[in-house]
Design a protein around this ligand. Structure first.
Ligand code: GUN
Length: 299
């Protein structure tokens, strides 16, 4: 049976580090790190995520500002708000929750955030720094940064000689995750829906990272014995065994059977999820300390 990686405990460690850094910034400058989270429309899942981000920011001693805009918000109104947050010296991090309602284009909004305040790591400047191996100069997308912390805890900082497979190629996760693994010297394959013999490719992985959004797709016969398996999926499925109309959350990995084969595995919930919020707080305190010529902690 694999070791189950405790995301809540690792995230709590990051939050403790963030809170300490936040206090030292406040002591030096008189002002806390400031995080602004922008949400447009009524998507219930996005509101749950945003509330927990705002709550955690307060817990870390940040100035936490939430802008809740109606579904009818125009592109210009949203970009004007981002501009005002870019100019606000008390705000060090700006996050626009995705997806935006259909009539809004997300890319111009994301690219209009000042790269120094782009705590989601989605601006091309930050993505470019990561791709060119500058891991300390920019801001790294929160979920891959969190997943990488698990990999480092399990294998150390140098992944020389290890094969890593990332299933998924999104800008938010798959591409930055592959770049982080490569920067740590792993031999990296980015697999996706068009990959031939996906199971065979996965069986080659010492580190297997699944981010496809298909419930329990990765089965035990896809996994090399002794592998580390990081499950980034969060899928809600029907759970009639819990009663009529009930649902439960599962990842992209068939946890019970894969845990019999892997050496280490992240659960869903309680694995990567808590790390995403923790790394958002880490990015915010990092941005705030850099803005005040202080050296941020390494996470
Ligand atoms: N929606 C789902 N995940 C994320 C994320 O990491 N950042 C933003 N901005 N929106 C999201």
């Amino acid at each position: 049976m694999a070791t189950v990686i405790d995301g809540k405990a690792v995230a709590a460690g990051v939050i403790a580090q963030v809170s300490e850094a936040s206090a030292s910034l406040r002591e030096k400058t008189g002002a806390p790190p400031g995080l602004a989270v922008v949400i447009v429309g009524d998507d219930p899942a996005s509101h749950v995520y945003v509330s927990s981000k705002s709550r955690m920011a307060k817990q870390c001693g940040f100035k936490s500002v939430q802008h809740t805009l109606p579904e009818s918000t125009s592109q210009t109104e949203l970009e004007d708000l981002v501009q005002s947050l870019n100019q606000d010296p008390e705000i060090h991090g700006v996050l626009v929750q995705l997806p935006l309602p259909g009539h809004l284009e997300s890319d111009p909004v994301i690219q209009s955030i000042r790269p120094e305040k782009d705590v989601d790591g989605l601006h091309v400047v930050n993505a470019g720094k990561l791709m060119t191996g500058d891991l300390d100069g920019g801001l790294i997308s929160c979920t891959p940064a969190g997943a990488m912390l698990f990999v480092r805890q399990t294998h150390g900082a140098d992944l020389s000689g290890l094969n890593a497979v990332v299933i998924g190629r999104s800008n938010l996760f798959g591409k930055p995750m592959a770049a982080l693994l490569l920067a740590a010297n792993a031999t990296v394959t980015t697999a996706h829906s068009r990959t031939k013999d996906l199971a065979g490719v996965c069986r080659n992985a010492d580190i297997l990272v699944a981010a496809v959004g298909r419930p329990q797709m990765v089965r035990s016969d896809w996994v090399k014995p002794g592998a580390t398996v990081i499950d980034v999926g969060i899928n809600r499925i029907d759970a009639p065994e819990r009663g009529e109309g009930k649902t439960r959350l599962v990842g992209d990995v068939a946890f019970d059977e894969v845990a019999e084969v892997a050496a280490a595995i992240t659960p869903v919930p309680g694995g990567v999820g808590p790390m995403t919020i923790a790394m958002l707080m880490a990015n915010t305190v990092t941005a705030a300390m850099r803005a005040n010529n202080m050296t941020p902690p390494s996470f």
